[in-house]
Design a protein around this ligand. Structure first.
Ligand code: SME
Length: 151
């Protein structure tokens, strides 16, 4: 992954977030992530409501059946519970993994926090094994920070 792609996408998202106050701004951010990174094959935002995560805006070729996930369940639920980014290089080796798409090989889940409380998360599936690096973690944690003002 070429480094300027992260900076480019970060600037695009920053612009979107300052220029728009529309309720679709989360979808717009999901679309930028999906379209700008070849290895981001499914991108979604889950929002915390009570003890569950509910799927919000998403982009990808298929819908997921996991539209509601209890906190503590799956990779998504683990990230929501601990407030820490989860990076899974090989989903077939992670017992927590809830399968959505047969093609998925790796996954990253980045919590969105407000005053240290998890209010949502960015979930990205890739068809490539070990698709996510520290660069993706740093970039997506910045995006999650920016998003927390808009949820
Ligand atoms: N794989 C996730 C479930 C969400 S789908 O990837 C869209 C998990 O293990 O929590």
């Amino acid at each position: 992954m070429i480094f300027f792609q992260y900076e480019d996408a970060e600037q695009k998202i920053k612009k979107l977030l300052v220029s728009k106050k529309s309720p679709n701004v989360l979808q717009d951010v999901v679309d930028v992530l999906y379209e700008d990174f070849d290895t981001y094959n499914w991108v979604g935002i889950y929002l915390v409501k009570g003890e569950h995560l509910f799927l919000g805006p998403w982009n990808g070729t298929q819908a997921t059946e996991h539209t509601e996930i209890p906190i503590g369940t799956g990779v998504c639920g683990a990230a929501a519970k601990t407030g820490r980014t989860e990076l899974v290089d090989d989903v077939s080796k992670d017992k927590r993994y809830l399968s959505c798409f047969l093609s998925t090989r790796s996954e990253i889940v980045v919590p969105i926090k407000k005053k240290n409380i998890v209010i949502g998360e960015i979930d990205i599936d890739s068809d490539a094994p070990a698709a996510f690096t520290i660069n993706d973690t740093v970039f997506l944690e910045k995006v999650a920070d920016m998003l927390s003002q808009h949820i």
